[in-house]
Each structure stands twice: as C-alpha cells, then as structure tokens.
Write a protein that binds this ligand. Structure first.
Ligand code: ARG
Length: 265
C-alpha cells in the first residue's frame, strides 16, 4: 500500500469516527475500530467464484474509488449489509457486483431505492444488520442463502470473510480479498470484549487469538461465509488482526426471521 492510500484510509476512518460522534444512532460500534485495516493477511479473491459478494460504494468515502462497505446479494434486488454502514444519504450509495478491482468499471451496478435498518440497532447491543433494495436488480446472479441455525456458531467453524477493505499493507488496496477466520466461540469474545459489550446471542467471534488475519475497516457489512451460507456480517473489532482482539460479526441466524421478512417484501 502506498503512503497516499494509507492516508486515504486514515481519513476514511476519521469520517467514521466523526459520523459516530455526530450522534447517528448506532454508529458507536464503528468507532470501536481504530484505523486502519480491511481484510488483513488474506489473498486475492474472485467475484466470479462468489458472485453474491457486493461492494457497497459511497460517494462520501475518502477512498479514491468510493470503497466504503461490503454487502451480500440475497435476492436479485436485495442485499444484506451492516446497520452501521447505512448512515449516509440513500443517494450516495452504489452497489457493485462482479468487480474484483475497484479501480475498474467491471461488473454491474445499482443504486439503492430503500434502506431497512434493524430498528433495535443502537437501542440494544448487536442488531448490526440492514437490508437494502436495489433499483436495478442483479438478475441472474447467484444469491447466498442465510444461515438460520444459531447452532452453527461453534469454536472452529471454518468461516471465510470477503471484502475490499483495508489490508494494513498486507495486500493491494481496493482489490477483492478473502481470508479464513475460524470461529473462536462466544466465551472467548465475552472475555476479551467484556467491556465493549459483546453479545453472545447476536454476534459471532472469529479469527485468530494470535492475530495476523482479520477483516478490517471498509469490510464492514460484507459476508462471513460458512458452508455456503451467510453466517455473519462484518461488524467491529478493536484494531484489525491484533492479538487478543478478533473480529466481531453480526450473527445472521439470530436475525434471520427479521431479515427474511425484509428480503421478501
Ligand atoms: N467497523 C469496521 C468497518 O466499518 C469493520 C471492522 C472489522 N474489524 C475487525 N477487526 N474485524 O468497516
């Protein structure tokens, strides 16, 4: 990563911090993540293999290619993302499908016609989920089903996280990346994130106790995938890929019925 891009990332993180302090409901969790870092310690991925992986770009991002958050295509006209990713005006978002390198114009794009943010986000801990409706459906693109069983959240679950976020210098910027982040179990995050308010029944703790591989800033809202299902949504962490501070993901199974209602309407 070049110095310039590092600066852009730092500025992006600052925007998130400002947004959080401006009092937008529920943005406090974004502020927990210190700059910088999207997928850290990962490898290049291919949207041809994961067509449901969506880049949720935003014109208010300080990234030169508008990189902002991730999302997952769950129906031709519906994407799931994080509630803390939907604090900007609806007109500033663009969903991008099939673009491995955000410096290009590859793939399909759509504007957003409707935002549903979990109404309990910022009211209760957890609930960092949102469903967005696409103006132009990504017809014919494979979708990812939701995980509906909370029993999937076990230590050692072989989950992979995808995104275009910060690499903390471990890879190129604005390029689609993936990394295996095994489930660490609720007991571990209950312990390390006790003062941050980790919620076992609405969040997933994943990554490595020793650090090195993690999601990071800009990956928020993107998919944590287990057994071909949307298992988690990138939510927060303290720093990225640091020992003892794993990634925290919204637990899709916990919110599956509320999400399904929105996806089907
Ligand atoms: N809140 C961040 C974002 O808005 C995601 C942070 C994930 N952090 C982590 N250490 N896994 O992009």
């Amino acid at each position: 990563m070049t110095g310039k891009l590092k600066l852009a990332r730092a500025a992006f993180a600052a925007v998130i911090l400002v947004a959080a302090s401006a009092g937008a409901v529920g943005t406090a969790q974004a502020a927990k993540s210190k700059p910088p870092a999207p997928i850290v310690g990962g490898t290049l991925a291919s949207t041809a293999q994961t067509p449901w992986a969506i880049a949720l770009n935003n014109t208010r991002s300080s990234d030169p290619y508008d990189q902002y958050c991730g999302a997952t295509l769950v129906k031709a006209n519906k994407i799931v993302t994080a509630a803390h990713c939907v604090t900007q005006a609806i007109s500033t978002y663009t969903a991008v499908q099939g673009r491995d390198d955000l410096r290009t114009t590859a793939g399909k794009t759509s504007k957003i016609s409707k935002i549903w943010k979990d109404p309990l986000y910022g009211v209760q801990a957890g609930h960092d989920v949102a469903v967005l409706t696409l103006t132009t459906p990504f017809t014919g693109v494979a979708t990812l089903p939701l995980e509906t069983s909370t029993a999937a959240d076990v230590v050692g679950a072989q989950a992979t996280v995808y995104g275009w976020g910060n690499t903390e210098g471990t890879g190129p910027s604005d390029r689609f990346q993936k990394v295996l982040t095994p489930g660490l179990g609720d007991a571990y995050c209950n312990q390390v994130y006790a003062s941050e308010g980790y919620v076992a029944n609405g969040e997933i703790c994943a990554g490595y106790k020793e650090g090195g591989k993690d999601s990071c800033q800009g990956d928020s809202g993107g998919p944590l995938v287990l057994n071909g299902r949307l298992f988690g949504v990138v939510s927060w962490g303290i720093g990225c890929a640091d020992a003892g501070n794993p990634g925290v993901y919204a637990e899709v199974a916990t919110y599956a019925s509320a999400l399904t209602t929105q996806i089907n309407n």
